[in-house]
Design a protein around this ligand. Sequence first.
Ligand code: 8YV
Length: 320
Amino acid sequence: MKNVFITRKIDEKVISRLSEQFNVDFWPHEDQVCPREELLKQAKRCNALLTMLSDQVNAELLDQGGDDLEIVANLAVGYDNIEVEEAKKRGVMITNTPDVLTDTTADLAFSLLMASARRIVESDRYIKDGNWKSWSPYLLAGKDIHHKTLGIVGMGNIGQAVAQRAKGFDMDILYHTRSRKKEAEEKYNAKHAELDELLTKSDFVLCLAPLTEQTKGMLGSEQFKKMKKSAILINAGRGPVVDEEALIEALKNGEIAGAGLDVFDKEPIDKDHPLLSLANVVAVPHIGSASVETRFAMMDLCAENIINVLSGKDPVTPVK
Ligand code: 8YV
């Protein structure tokens, strides 16, 4: 029997599905990343690894795998934790989990936008702290969402699913991405814009760009200065695409009005991090795809990819 290692305890149905055909082992602690030494040890004895974003799949790990390691199935659509070229050189298949998480992640991105614009978290704290003594006209007044301009940086599947939601709010949509998306232009009346134009015109800037050498730090102090003072930045892609130091400055100096963040430079973010002390920041712990239904679908897709590859078939969602 071939060996499979999963770096976290995942849904038992998915473990059972894999166990019908393979010896399956997993790191049993749900709240603790699998230690590096354990992962290296498992890579040496396994034919398949089911990994999370927090696992670094690099040359060192792939070398441990030797000729036996056939597939690394990453439980995420992003794969910036994986050195894909190194895997290719060694003939190791890499798979990810696109599509199944598109709507769930778009829901969260739009929720962050709404929570930031309408000050939902501040309002919750206000009422629970017993501060609601009387009505006043501007009490916790936020910003309208409807009929405003949303600028989407990174218009892949998730960006387009957010555009669909934004259309229901009669928003004008600008987008900036490497290649034009004609279909989105037709469906959501989205207009392609250079980054500077998008930043200048948008009331909400949503960052969904993947993390690459080119996108690292692409939203920094120069870019925040171009944004409207009333604008809100939402980041539901990857933390390092936004220069966090510059974001803190922009939020403190009133260069932008607020931020809704699902992702951070270093995750988990420290509770004393200066970003978290700002009232105009809504922060959630990288939960974009975290609905029970979607996480199951992602796990099951990883299992399917592993079953296919270990039985000599093509995976459903290879990283090319
Ligand atoms: C991850 C994500 O799935 O899919 C991605 O790229 O960022 C999330 O949906 C999550 O962090 C688990 O690894």
